[in-house]
Design a binder for this molecule. Sequence first.
Ligand code: SF4
Ligand code: SF4
Length: 146
Amino acid sequence: MKPGRVSHPMANRLRFECQSRCTECCRRQGFVYLTEGDLKRAAEFLGMTAAAFERKYVYRTRNRRRLKVPRDSHCHFLEDGGCSIHPAKPTQCRAFPFWPELLESRREWRKTARYCPGVGKGPPIGIQAARAVAREMREAHPAMYD
Ligand code: SF4
Ligand code: SF4
């Protein structure tokens, strides 16, 4: 490797293109954590106050806030064709699959490809661009990555 070149387990092989009408990642087990900015953006998108959005859709603990999970679905905003708040969806959803823990591990990236049909599709993604998204996720949720 030449000095200054970036080494990465998936360099040259990183391709991703989200597939129309797919909702696989929304149906996975786990929670969607929110930043305060995520909460305000989604509330505004729905024409609600942040307080009203929080009462209806958010479960808050001392250090974290996450979307409530409805009894009969994986997410209040999940519809057949996609996410009903797509333009204002939370950082965690928007950053997928470039989460730090998936991007930095060949094994995890392969596991992700088993359920995300967008992995391996589309034009190559520059590793720096992918890492910028991962950094955004890390900065949005520092407690997850301590
Ligand atoms: S699983 Fe992949 S292709 Fe499907 S909606 Fe999520 S990111 Fe897009
Ligand atoms: S907020 Fe939207 S993108 Fe995120 S899990 Fe719910 S339906 Fe999916």
